[in-house]
Design a protein around this ligand. Structure first.
Ligand SMILES: Cc1cc2nc3c(=O)[nH]c(=O)nc-3n(C[C@H](O)[C@H](O)[C@H](O)COP(=O)(O)OP(=O)(O)OC[C@H]3O[C@@H](n4cnc5c(N)ncnc54)[C@H](O)[C@@H]3O)c2cc1C
Length: 289
């Protein structure tokens, strides 16, 4: 199917882009187009005007501060998968970037687009939530920051309002003894995940777990599973404990039968992804002490 006809603009400054989208309720940001264009072709979205943000240089680039690795919203997923800096500093993000879809989609799709899209099947919302990332947003009333804990509201819904652009995503660096990982159970090669988990662990010198964040893909949005985190914090961890935390994560969210799998299979997939992500995060945290 062909999309409905639409206007197209490609401003070169963020201010100009914000001015256009905040004055026209029928306009929509276009980043990599790998979710929006298919939705337009299926007529699930019919924006009157696309505002292509790919020419805005300030939306790209990776920089670091003492506290965080800061990634421009227009960084392509393939660039994150190729980055040694991302691999070393936020390994969970690197894990996810390496597994999303296929090379064509990774070459076009952006980190900011994946997060803004907030499809419950998208990988990056789970990574952002598991890592405790912060979103830097600019809109007509200025600039603001939104923690990942409150950014995702539901399917395809976030704290972004008409006129807002997600500018940068800041991933906290948790220092020595920390490690993160992302695991997914695939429906089939190159397709969305059936279940996924991002885990971040922090260990003290003796190997005791002193910090944990765990997020899983839920039916409506990425979900932080605090019961599973509590099982691990303050403990000397083991494979058995990670398996218990994985089971707890799978029981903390509501799942239903769908075209792809029964609720029972989905719970098993969440438990598997969570225990695997925890084991990988633990191995990385140990080698980072
Ligand atoms: C066959 C196929 C398989 C796929 N498999 C996966 C997968 O396994 N995992 C996965 O995570 N994704 C998958 N995707 C989706 C893909 O990763 C998309 O690239 C991603 O969801 C959206 O990023 P984008 O840059 O292409 O955004 P676009 O499609 O351009 O935009 C998506 C939405 O976000 C909004 N938006 C984009 N950028 C911003 C911004 N900076 N500020 C405000 N709003 C913004 C747009 O207005 C639009 O509503 C797949 C897609 C296809 C077609």
């Amino acid at each position: 199917m062909l999309p409905k006809s639409f206007d197209y603009v490609a401003p070169e400054s963020l201010e100009e882009a914000i001015k256009i989208i905040s004055s026209d309720p029928y306009s929509r940001v276009l980043a990599g187009g790998q979710s929006l264009i298919p939705m337009m072709k299926l007529r699930l979205a019919s924006p009157g005007r696309l505002v292509d943000i790919s020419k805005i240089k300030s939306l790209s680039g990776v920089s670091e501060s003492k506290e965080s690795l800061n990634i421009g919203a227009m960084e392509r997923v393939a660039e994150l998968a190729d980055s040694q800096k991302v691999k070393k500093m936020v390994p969970a993000l690197h894990d996810a970037a390496s597994e999303i879809a296929d090379v064509q989609i990774r070459n076009m799709g952006t980190l900011g687009g994946n997060i803004s899209n907030a499809d419950p099947s998208n990988d990056m919302p789970v990574v952002a939530l598991g890592c405790g990332a912060k979103m830097l947003i600019k809109g007509k009333s200025g600039e603001r920051e939104e923690p990942s804990d409150s950014f995702f509201l539901g399917p395809y819904t976030t704290k972004l309002e008409q006129g807002d652009i997600l500018v940068r995503i800041d991933f906290p660096l948790n220092g020595k003894g920390s490690g993160s990982a992302y695991s997914r159970v695939n429906r089939r090669v190159g397709d969305y995940a059936l279940a996924s988990c991002c885990a971040m662990l922090k260990l003290d010198e003796k190997g005791l777990c002193i910090g944990a964040r765990i997020a899983v893909s839920g039916p409506e949005k990425a979900v932080r599973v605090e019961m599973a985190e509590k099982l691990i914090i303050g403990k000397t961890v083991s494979k058995e404990l990670f398996a218990r935390a994985g089971k707890s994560a799978s029981e903390s969210i509501s799942v239903e039968d769908s075209y792809y799998a029964s609720a029972e299979i989905k719970r098993m997939a969440i438990a598997h992804a969570a225990s695997e992500a925890l084991e990988k995060a633990y191995a990385r945290a140990k080698s980072n002490r």
